[in-house]
Design a binder for this molecule. Structure first.
Ligand code: BDR
Ligand code: CA
Length: 311
C-alpha cells in the first residue's frame, strides 16, 4: 500500500476523502493526518479530523494540529459552505481520541526523513500552509517526497471563492507558489474535475442504502454541503472535491489530464490565487504538474460507495 500523509481542513468533502482512504488499506496506508486552518479555524479542523477517524473506527490514526494561519495573509474561512463547525450535517460525537503531540509540520518533516526516500506521498486537501512551511523549514525533505496529489485550482471552471480563484489556493497563494515551484511531481484535482463529481439524488440514496453509521453520516454531510452549490450555481448535487485525491490513489485510470505548467498568481489583487494553467501549451515554461481535466464520475461513485460499505 502507498504511504500517505493527508493534510486537511475538514470540511465534509475532506471527511469523505479521509473515509475513502481509511476504507482502502490494500492501496493506501495513512501514516497520519495533519490539520490546517482553512474551511474553519484550526481548532475545529483538528477536532473534525478526529471525529472522522473515530467514525471510521480508526482512533489509532495520529492526528496533528498544524498552522493556524496562512504564511503571510489573514485566514479566509468558508463557513458559508461548510457550516459553523465545518462538518455541519450529521450529529457526531465529540472525539475521545487526543490530538497527537507535536506540530503537524514537525510530523511531516520527521516522517519524510524517517521513511525511505521516494516512498511517502503528500495529499493536501486544504490550503498549502503546512506543506510549504515544512519545505521552508527542512528543504532536505523536498527530494524525498514521492508525489503530491492535491485538490486545488481550476482552469476552465476558473474560481469558486473569487471569480478567478479556487478556495484552497486562494487562502494561501504564497504557500501554493512554494509547492508548485518545488519540482516535486504534482497531480492536481482542480474544480474542472471536482465539479463533475456531484452527489446527485441517486448517488446520495446509494450512500443511505448502505444503512450503516457511515452511510448515513456521509449522506447527511453531502445533503448539507449541497445547499451552497445548489443555490449558488444551480448544480445538481454537492461536489465531492477532496475525495478525488484519495480516489486517484486507488484508481488513477478514472481521471485524465495533461502534463502542463501551472503558476500561482500571488501579486494581483484582482486575480490573487489564480492557477495560471498553460493547458494549451502556449508558453515554453516547463510542465510542473499533471493537471486533471476529466473524471469518470459514475465509476468514481461506484468505487466510493463500495469502499464505504467496507467500513
Ligand atoms: C476546496 O475548498 C474547500 O472548501 C473544500 O474542502 C475543498 O478542499 C474546494 O474549493
Ligand atoms: Ca478541503
Amino acid at each position: 500500500a502507498r504511504k500517505i500523509i493527508i493534510d486537511t481542513d475538514p470540511g465534509q468533502d475532506d471527511a469523505v476523502a479521509i473515509l475513502l482512504a481509511l476504507a482502502s488499506p490494500d492501496e493506501i496506508d495513512v501514516l497520519g493526518i495533519t490539520a490546517v486552518a482553512g474551511n474553519v479555524p484550526l481548532h475545529l479542523t483538528a477536532k473534525n479530523a478526529r471525529i472522522v477517524c473515530e467514525l471510521a473506527g480508526r482512533p489509532d490514526v495520529p492526528v496533528y494540529a498544524g498552522c493556524d494561519a496562512p504564511l503571510t495573509r489573514k485566514l479566509v474561512t468558508a463557513e458559508h459552505v461548510h457550516g459553523k463547525t465545518g462538518l455541519d450535517g450529521p450529529v457526531l460525537p465529540d472525539p475521545a481520541m487526543p490530538l497527537s503531540e507535536g506540530h503537524a509540520v514537525e510530523f511531516i518533516i520527521d516522517t519524510l526523513r524517517r521513511e525511505p526516500a521516494g516512498t511517502v506521498t503528500l495529499c493536501p486537501l486544504g490550503p498549502l500552509t503546512n506543506i510549504a512551511t515544512a519545505f521552508q523549514k527542512a528543504p532536505d525533505i523536498i527530494p524525498r517526497v514521492q508525489e503530491i496529489v492535491l485538490m486545488g485550482g481550476a482552469y476552465f471552471e476558473v474560481g469558486n471563492i473569487t471569480p478567478t480563484a479556487e478556495f484552497n489556493i486562494y487562502v494561501d497563494p504564497e504557500a501554493a507558489d512554494i509547492v508548485f515551484k518545488s519540482s516535486i511531481h504534482i497531480v492536481v484535482m482542480p474544480l474542472d474535475v471536482t465539479h463533475d463529481a456531484l452527489v446527485t439524488k441517486h448517488r446520495n440514496d446509494a450512500f443511505r442504502a448502505l444503512d450503516s453509521k457511515i452511510g448515513h453520516a456521509v449522506a447527511e454531510m453531502t445533503d448539507f454541503f449541497e445547499r451552497f452549490d445548489k443555490e449558488k450555481y444551480g448544480s445538481e448535487g454537492a461536489p465531492l472535491h477532496d475525495p478525488c485525491v484519495t480516489a486517484y490513489l486507488i484508481r488513477p485510470d478514472l481521471f485524465t489530464g495533461r502534463h502542463i505548467n501551472v503558476e500561482i498568481e500571488t501579486q494581483s489583487e484582482l486575480t490573487l490565487g489564480m492557477t495560471v494553467a498553460d493547458w494549451w501549451g502556449v508558453t515554453d515554461r516547463p510542465p510542473n504538474a499533471l493537471f486533471m481535466g476529466d473524471i469518470d464520475a459514475d465509476r468514481f461513485f461506484d468505487l466510493l460507495t463500495d469502499r464505504l460499505s467496507r467500513l
